[in-house]
Design a binder for this molecule. Structure first.
Ligand SMILES: Nc1ncnc2c1ncn2[C@@H]1O[C@H](COP(=O)(O)OP(=O)(O)OP(=O)(O)O)[C@@H](O)[C@H]1O
Ligand SMILES: [Mg+2]
Length: 266
């Protein structure tokens, strides 16, 4: 068997609840449906949302006697004692280089705040995806907006952190981190807030070196599928057939276009 060299996709934002775990699971399922071998690493192992999502999927498939593709899951929780951090990082790097040989893509879900695992997830990434809600509060992690002078930008703490990670990678001869920001839970209604949000996001994209992918709308379907471990991409499965709506199909298209943004050759 030829050895692979997995593409590592880290899903992160230094802000909780923006949809990191939801996007991680959807991307994993999409890539597997496209025929790629995918592993997911839950680096938010203390909360374990992605781990529970994957476990729910396994259970649902067994209980309903259906075939569902399930990604290989690795759960990583932070060690309590900081003396153990360097050893833990070495263990993770070793495990990643082994996984990298077996999978086409490895998706890393991260916690909503900085710790040593959060930092490691950025050091390992080839592509960084940052889901962000369409709120000017959430935008602050990327750029602090001066309301009297919207063209004046001051990098937010997460944008500064990504800059540090890029410097770290450059010093080690690693290729430039491909950073994509995607609006998530976007309100379906047009509003002044939404217009301002996207105007500002697009204005700062060049400055901070990210691309803005088409957004993912706020849809109840993303919330309700968690307990069954299903995604909007599973609408063809028997268990979901009766519930297929236009909203599911539109949601499926949103995930597809995000994946195509990451891997345009698909
Ligand atoms: N596009 C969407 N539409 C509606 N609800 C969504 C969408 N994306 C995520 N959610 C919901 O938002 C909440 C937060 O999502 P999720 O747990 O994926 O975020 P997170 O960034 O991983 O959070 P944390 O920082 O706690 O790890 C969940 O209730 C999830 O179901
Ligand atoms: Mg999460």
């Amino acid at each position: 068997m030829n050895e692979k060299n997995a593409h590592i996709i880290t899903i992160s934002n230094e802000k909780g609840g923006t949809g990191k775990s939801t996007v991680s699971m959807h991307l994993a399922v999409f890539l597997m449906q496209e025929g790629f071998k995918v592993a997911v690493i839950d680096m938010d192992g203390r909360q374990g949302t992605l781990s529970k999502y994957v476990e729910n999927r396994k259970k649902f498939a067994i209980q309903n006697h259906i075939n569902l593709i399930v990604p290989q899951l690795v759960t990583v929780a932070p060690r309590d004692n900081s003396v153990e951090y360097p050893n833990h990082i070495s263990e993770i790097e070793l495990a990643m280089s082994e996984l990298s040989k077996q999978y086409d893509a490895i998706i890393i879900d991260t916690p909503g705040g900085k710790n040593y695992l959060f930092e490691e997830a950025h050091k390992l990434a080839d592509t960084l995806i940052t889901p962000i809600s369409d709120s000017l509060i959430d935008l602050n992690v990327l750029s602090e907006i001066d309301k009297d002078n919207p063209t004046k930008n001051h990098a937010g703490h997460y944008a500064q952190f990504v800059w540090e990670m890029r410097k770290y990678r450059a010093q080690r001869g690693k290729k430039l981190l491909n950073w994509i920001v995607v609006g998530n839970k976007i309100s379906p209604l047009n509003s002044r807030n939404k217009t301002m949000f996207f105007e500002h996001l697009n204005n700062i994209a060049k400055l901070y070196g990210f691309r803005v992918a088409d957004g993912i709308k706020d849809r109840v379907i993303y919330k309700e599928l968690f307990l069954q471990g299903l995604t909007v991409l599973d609408v063809k499965t028997e268990a979901l057939k009766g519930r297929l709506t236009m909203s599911h199909l539109a949601a499926k298209q949103e995930i597809k276009s995000l994946a195509e943004y990451i891997c345009p050759q698909n």
